[in-house]
Design a protein around this ligand. Structure first.
Ligand SMILES: Cc1ncc(COP(=O)(O)O)c(C=O)c1O
Length: 445
């Protein structure tokens, strides 16, 4: 019997692209096509302006169409489009690493380049396991993630991640020896908290329970997002991350912060580690590193981790890991130009200035129909709606769609609407995003 083919869609020219994390058939029946972007706005293929409330996908922190980045990328393409980074080097890779080391939290000044957040996560997990081996503790291979965590889509990131839909389709194709902390979202105690919830630091003590179960001598690392975005913005209760750090220190477990969305100014400091005054052993980044212009990720490593590898014969490769495009010259050029823009315009701290207005604006939606929680920190916000009976995500999708039709792009996860606008946003644009979202929520059943 022939396999049943996908029915023809009304837009056959859209059929060939198998879109990621997308309801393909629904999208292709009613496409939302973005054609151009400048500053705070996208323009659709039919000429409508869309105010970007989510920095593309949490990456375009300096706003769209930055001519400085375009010029740097163009120049680099003309000068040298590619150079290998295996047993070879090119100057701007070193320049970029030095530059990033200057804004990194103390000690995290050894930097490994990847091409995405997923690759940064898998790289960090591999470094953690190999680090323990290098220091004579090769039995430490277990990894601890967290429920609701998102760490990209590689097998490593998927395994330590905790979003059910990202896991259930892939059966037992997960890394063995992974366990999960409980998530920290608790509407009963913390709904409508402004900034960090004050209740729930004790969730960190669950790490002691997992250590008692598995024994510290088997555990390589704990990985968490300081603030998780993909699961609908989950904030760490006050004191929670510090407590995780203390427990990891006590048991010689590496602590990895996945800062793929919180890095590069999203929370008012270069990294959330600095905003929360908790220094992990490894930080994963991507997205805002190049303002989304060219794919790139990076793992920031404590010097003690790097140094553990720098032993044995000097002619031996210390870490058997890397990507053809690690430290790609064009990505390095984009990242350097991006860091220049951030520095020149004070964007790595601008969210701290804007966050009081942002907080007031998003919390003004409290009391609207179906709104069961509002969360914010830095220039991140989320409005959670009650799900329709038996139809989780349906109300959230309707709201997302109507906002887009009215010229505002937000991000929908289930029934939560998340926002993370470019850090160049002006106060009146904050009002427009929130007013549009509020008007749409009011009229959505
Ligand atoms: C915290 C976190 N880690 C990792 C990733 C994966 O990054 P990428 O999509 O670049 O692979 C994301 C993407 O949203 C993320 O939010």
């Amino acid at each position: 019997m022939n396999a049943r083919l996908t029915p023809d869609t009304t837009n056959p020219e859209l059929d060939a692209f198998w879109m990621p994390f997308t309801a393909n058939r629904q999208f292709k029946a009613n496409p939302r096509l973005l054609a151009r972007a400048k500053g705070m706005y996208y323009t659709t293929d039919d000429g409508r302006e869309i105010l970007d409330g989510v920095s593309g996908l949490w990456c375009v922190n300096a706003g769209h169409g930055r001519s400085e980045i375009t010029a740097a990328v163009t120049k680099q393409l003309e000068t040298m489009e590619f150079a290998p980074a295996f047993q070879m080097g090119h100057p701007i890779a070193f320049e970029l690493a030095n530059r990033l080391a200057k804004i990194a939290p103390p000690g995290l000044d050894r930097i490994f380049f990847t091409n995405s957040g997923s690759e940064a996560v898998d790289t960090a997990l591999k470094i953690a396991v190999a680090y323990h081996r290098a220091r004579g503790a090769g039995q430490r291979t277990r990894l601890i993630g967290r429920e609701k965590g998102y760490h990209g889509v590689g097998f490593g990131g998927m395994s330590v991640g905790g979003m059910v839909n990202n896991r259930k389709f892939f059966g037992s194709s997960m890394l063995p020896g992974v366990d999960h902390l409980p998530h920290t979202l608790d509407l009963e105690h913390n709904a409508f908290s402004r900034g960090l919830p004050q209740w729930g630091m004790h969730f960190a003590n669950e790490l002691e329970r997992l250590i008692a179960l598995h024994d510290a001598s088997t555990i390589a690392a704990v990985i968490v997002e300081p603030i998780s975005g993909s699961a609908g913005v989950v904030l760490p209760p006050a004191g929670y991350l510090k407590r995780l750090r203390e427990i990891c220190d006590k048991h010689e477990i590496l602590l990895i912060f996945d800062e793929v969305i919180t890095g590069f100014g999203r929370v008012g400091k270069p990294f959330a580690s600095q905003a929360f005054d908790v220094t992990p052993d490894l930080i994963t980044t991507a997205k805002g590193l190049t303002n989304g212009a060219i794919p790139m990720g990076a793992v920031f490593s404590q010097r003690k981790v790097y140094d553990a590898f720098m032993q044995g014969p000097e002619n031996s490769i210390e870490l058997f890991h890397g990507y053809t495009y690690s430290a790609h010259p064009v990505a390095c050029a984009a990242a350097l130009a991006t860091q220049d823009v951030y520095a020149k315009e004070g964007l790595l701290t601008r969210a701290a200035t804007l966050s009081p207005q942002w907080e007031n604006a998003v919390h003004s939606l409290r009391g609207l129909p179906h709104v069961i929680d509002i969360r914010n920190y830095g220039l991140i916000g989320a409005v959670e709606l009650e799900s329709r009976q038996g139809k989780p995500g349906a109300r959230g999708f309707d709201v997302f769609l109507k906002c887009f039709e009215r010229g505002v792009m937000v991000r929908q996860t289930g029934d939560t609407l998340a926002m993370a606008p470019p850090l160049v946003i002006e106060p009146k644009q904050i009002d427009r995003i929130v007013e549009t979202l509020g008007a749409v929520i009011r009229e959505t059943d």
